[in-house]
Design a protein around this ligand. Structure first.
Ligand code: AMO
Length: 453
C-alpha cells in the first residue's frame, strides 16, 4: 500500500467560479473553478472519474493518466471519499451524464484529505444503526437522504416565517433560562443560575402570553427542553417549537390559523422541493379540504361503542388513533380540563358547546391537539386571562401561585382574551416525510442516552 503523506494545499485566493448547478452545455470550453468533496470514485486504470459534490449537487471530474503528472494521478487514485478538492478545469460535453457535461482538470488542489474509509455512504439509511450514524453525524448528514430531508425542513421554516409575516405576527424571542415550570407532565432540566436553581424552558408559554399585551400577535421558533425519561422514536430532550399566540381570538380562530399554516407549508414544499420529494419517494398529504374536528368526548364515545376499553379522562394511545385516522391531519378538541395545563381556559356552562360541563371533574376546556394519524403535532387553547381564575386553577393543579408572581403581576393591567398553540417542528417533519425516527428530523438529537456530538 502506498501510504505516502500528501500535503494539503491552502485555499489561498482560490474561489469557486460556479456551483455544480450553474454549469451546463452552454459553458462548454469555458474554464471554471469548482470546489467540493469526493462523493464517489471510479478507477478505470488510465482514467479516474471523481464525483465532486457541492452544496447543490455533483459534477463529474475526468482525470486522464496521460494528461496528469504521475505523482498527482497516484495521489488522486489513493484519495478516499470525503476528501476536499479545488479543481480548475475546462467544461466538456458528456452526453451520458444528466448534466450533459464533465470537467477536464488543468490544476487540482487537494484541500483536505480524509484519512479513513467512509463508514457509510451509499447504503440505505435503515440498514445502519442510528447510533452509528449519530456518532458521526456531520458525515451522516452528507448523505442524499438526509440532504433531501433537511432541504425540505429549510423550506418548512421559511414558509412558517412567511405565513406569520403575511398574517401580521411579530417574531419574538423569550428566555430559555426560567424560574418556573409551565407544562405539568414533562419534567424540567434544572440548571445553576448564579446562586439559584433555575430551569431550561419547557415552552415559551407564559412569555408569549404576556407579549400579546404589547404586540397582539406573536410567534417564536426556538428550542424547548423536556427531560423525557422514555426512549421513543417521537420524543427529544431538546426540540424546536413553533409557538403562536394572539390576542382577541379563541382556540377556534387559532385552529384556523394552524390549519392554514400547515396548508401553506405543504403547498410551499410541493412547489419548491419537487426534486427532493421525488428522490425520497414521498407524496405529501392532500390538505386542500378542512381538517376533520372531533371532540375528545365524541372520540371516547366512538371508541367505547367499538368495544375499546377506555374511560373518559384517559389518554388515547397513538396506536388506537393511527388505526382510525391513518395518515391524515385532524383535530381533537374540547379536552377534559383536568388533562390540560393550568393556563388553559375551561368551557364554562355559560358559553358551553353541546357537551356542557356538569361538575368539576367533567369540566371541558377550550383546547385542541392537532394530530397526524397517531402522532400529536401541536396543542393549543384559549388561555385564562382573569387573574383570580388563573390563581384558582394553579391551586387546583397543586401549584404554588406565589412562584408565578412575576407572571400574575401583569394580569392587574387587563390581560386581553388570547389563544395560541405550540407546534413541534421535528414532529411535523417526521409526519410529512414519513420518518421512522424523530432523531432524523434534527441535526444533533438530544435524548436520555445522548449528549454528544
Ligand atoms: P405541548 O407540551 O403539547 O404544549 O407541546 C407542543 C408540541 O411540541 C412538541 N413536543 C415535542 N416534540 C419532540 N419531543 C418532545 N419531547 C416534545 N414535547 C413537545 C409536540 C407537541 O404537540 N405550551 C403548550 C403549547 C400551547 O398551548 O401553546 C405546549 O408546550 O409536537
Amino acid at each position: 500500500m502506498d501510504d505516502k503523506i500528501v500535503l494539503e494545499d491552502d485555499l489561498g485566493n482560490l474561489r469557486r467560479s460556479h456551483y455544480s448547478f450553474e454549469i451546463s452545455r452552454k459553458n462548454v470550453n469555458e474554464e471554471v473553478v469548482v470546489v467540493g468533496w469526493i462523493s464517489s470514485k471510479r478507477d478505470h486504470g488510465n482514467v479516474l472519474f471523481l464525483q465532486l459534490r457541492d452544496q447543490f449537487g455533483e459534477v463529474q471530474i475526468v482525470v486522464k493518466k496521460k494528461e496528469t503528472s504521475l505523482q498527482l494521478f497516484k495521489t488522486l487514485r489513493n484519495l478516499k471519499e470525503h476528501s476536499s478538492l479545488a479543481i480548475t478545469g475546462v467544461v466538456v460535453e458528456q452526453k451520458n451524464s444528466s448534466s450533459q457535461i464533465e470537467i477536464l482538470p488543468k490544476e487540482i488542489k487537494i484541500l483536505s484529505i480524509s484519512n479513513k474509509p467512509p463508514p457509510f455512504l451509499t447504503q440505505a439509511i435503515s440498514s445502519i444503526g442510528i447510533d452509528t450514524r449519530l456518532d458521526l453525524r456531520a458525515i451522516d448528514l452528507r448523505r442524499n437522504y438526509l440532504q433531501f430531508v433537511f432541504k425540505i425542513r429549510n423550506t418548512i421554516i421559511n414558509s412558517i416565517r412567511e405565513y406569520f409575516n403575511e398574517n401580521y405576527f411579530i417574531e419574538v424571542n423569550t428566555p430559555k433560562m426560567i424560574a418556573t415550570a409551565t407544562e405539568g407532565g414533562a419534567a424540567l432540566f434544572p440548571i445553576f443560575y448564579y446562586d439559584r436553581e433555575a430551569f431550561l424552558a419547557q415552552s415559551p408559554q407564559l412569555y408569549k402570553e404576556q407579549l400579546t399585551m404589547a404586540f397582539e400577535s406573536v410567534f417564536e421558533i426556538a428550542p424547548i427542553f423536556r427531560a423525557e425519561p422514555s426512549r421513543t422514536n417521537r420524543h427529544l430532550s431538546e426540540a424546536i417549537s413553533i409557538d403562536a399566540e394572539k390576542a382577541y381570538v379563541d382556540y377556534r380562530d387559532m385552529m384556523e390559523h394552524l390549519e392554514k399554516l400547515i396548508r401553506h407549508i405543504v403547498n410551499r414544499i410541493n412547489s419548491k422541493n419537487a426534486n427532493e420529494l421525488e428522490n425520497l419517494g414521498i407524496k405529501l398529504p392532500n390538505v386542500s379540504g378542512s381538517f376533520p374536528r372531533i371532540t375528545y368526548t365524541e372520540l371516547i364515545n366512538n371508541l367505547q361503542a367499538n368495544h375499546k376499553f377506555i374511560r373518559w379522562g384517559d389518554d388515547i394511545s397513538p396506536k388506537i388513533l393511527k388505526d382510525i385516522f391513518s395518515d391524515e391531519f385532524f383535530f381533537i378538541t374540547d379536552w377534559p380540563a383536568s388533562m390540560k395545563p393550568f393556563y388553559v381556559k375551561s368551557i364554562t356552562p355559560g358559553n358551553a358547546q353541546k357537551e356542557s360541563a356538569i361538575d368539576e371533574k367533567n369540566l371541558l376546556s377550550e383546547s385542541f391537539d392537532l394530530m397526524f394519524g397517531g402522532l400529536e403535532l401541536s396543542s393549543g387553547s384559549t388561555r385564562i386571562n382573569n387573574k383570580d381564575l388563573l390563581i384558582e386553577n394553579m391551586k387546583k393543579k397543586g401549584l404554588n401561585s406565589t412562584a408565578f408572581d412575576y407572571h400574575l403581576r401583569v394580569f392587574d393591567y387587563a390581560m386581553p382574551p388570547h389563544a395560541g398553540f405550540g407546534l413541534g417542528l421535528e414532529r411535523l417533519v417526521m409526519a410529512l416525510l414519513k420518518l421512522e425516527n424523530i432523531r432524523d428530523a434534527t441535526f444533533y438529537p438530544r435524548d436520555i442516552d445522548r449528549l454528544t456530538p
